[in-house]
Design a binder for this molecule. Structure first.
Ligand code: DAH
Length: 345
């Protein structure tokens, strides 16, 4: 009886040694058959009782040996399988094939325009200040000398936060002027780029969100002539050395005197007539000498210091530079629009 069982085990051992399963599926079958939880060696243990006592140990050793053979065999099979896979992949590699095309991104036209403006002012020593878009009424209006009953404060024009009469989405980057003056001592020379919000009907010409770059220069003896020269330099760098500018008197609560600056765009095409309303001139910014009230509101001695400020819209300038005729395009993220700026800088 014992002999039969021993023979069976030896037969299984031989079977294992001769097995040549091909492919992952067959190898798995091999594993299940000889090493799985219901492998074919298991039932043999049930027959141990039929083996003479003095041979029980021998039987145990033999079964163990078979198990080890199966394990070694499985390991070898799996390694061979991996090699085959690697080789297969290598044989599919065509080292002469052209590389995959890299997808180049494009900068947003507003970013390009903004960066150009920032670069120009950085070169003459202006520092960049970025500030919060959610502002309080004081920095956005009160500090900037805008009276309580000014129409800009109206819910119609300003987005206030829900249930608040205090917190709002800044309506202009001029709020950064107040923030900087409160925390720094003159000389102050900064520009503040960023997004602003106004409750306006969205159309091809205007949007409820847009971008501005604010400028502020405060020191002793700063004059209107300094401002004009700075803005002329900016216009020349932005629009070319022979650009023409003009300053028209205007009004802003935070500057006195105030002006608006136009650049001469020309009257060569139909579009030029339309964009400039037939004058050839295009308004690009508001500016002026900082009102002494604003300096005092922010803790700066208006007898000792004076300064100029300006604020310009970015969308308008980007539209001019790139011939874009609808402001809404900037905010739609249409890839067909954005892709056109791949080579722009
Ligand atoms: N904050 C003004 C606006 O949004 C623009 C402006 C005008 C800013 C004159 C200034 C300034 O700093 O001096 O329309």
């Amino acid at each position: 009886m014992s002999e039969e069982i021993f023979a069976k085990v030896k037969q299984i051992k031989e079977e294992i040694e001769n097995a040549q399963p091909q492919g992952a599926e067959a190898i798995e079958q091999f594993r299940i058959r000889y090493l799985g939880s219901k492998n074919i060696l298991k039932p043999l243990f049930g027959e141990i009782k039929n083996i003479a006592n003095e041979r029980k140990k021998e039987f145990g050793q033999l079964v163990n040996e078979v198990k080890q053979v199966a394990e070694a065999q499985l390991e070898a099979l799996q390694a061979g399988q991996q090699d085959a896979a690697d080789q297969n992949e290598a044989s599919h590699l065509d080292l002469t094939a052209p590389a995959k095309q890299m997808q180049l991104g494009a900068k947003h036209p507003l970013s390009i325009t903004m960066e150009r403006i920032i670069n120009i002012f950085e070169r003459i020593g202006f520092n960049i200040e970025e500030e919060r878009e959610i502002e309080d009424d004081w920095h956005n209006f009160t500090a900037m000398n805008t009276p309580e009953d000014h129409p800009a404060r109206d819910m119609q024009d300003t987005y206030y936060l829900k249930d608040s009469t205090e917190m709002l989405l800044r309506t202009h980057t001029s709020s950064v002027q107040a923030r900087v003056m409160k925390r720094e001592k003159p000389p102050i020379r900064i520009i503040a780029p960023g997004r602003v919000y106004r409750n306006e009907t969205v159309s091809a010409r205007s949007h409820c969100q847009f971008h501005q770059v604010e400028g502020l220069y405060i020191d002793e003896n700063v004059s209107f002539a300094d401002m004009k020269q700075t803005l002329l330099y900016f216009a020349q760098e932005m629009y070319g050395k022979d650009v023409k500018i003009r300053l028209r008197p205007s009004f802003f609560p935070f500057t006195e005197p105030s002006a608006e600056m136009d650049v001469y765009w020309g009257l060569e095409t139909e579009d030029d007539y339309r964009i400039t309303k037939g004058t050839g001139w295009l308004e690009i910014l508001g500016c002026g000498m900082v009102d002494p009230n604003v300096l005092e509101n922010c803790g700066i001695d208006s007898k000792k210091y004076s300064g100029f400020a300006f604020g310009m819209g970015i969308e308008r300038q980007a539209m001019l530079l790139y011939g874009i005729n609808d402001i809404r395009l900037f905010f739609e993220n249409d890839i067909r629009f954005l892709e056109q700026f791949k080579s722009a800088r």
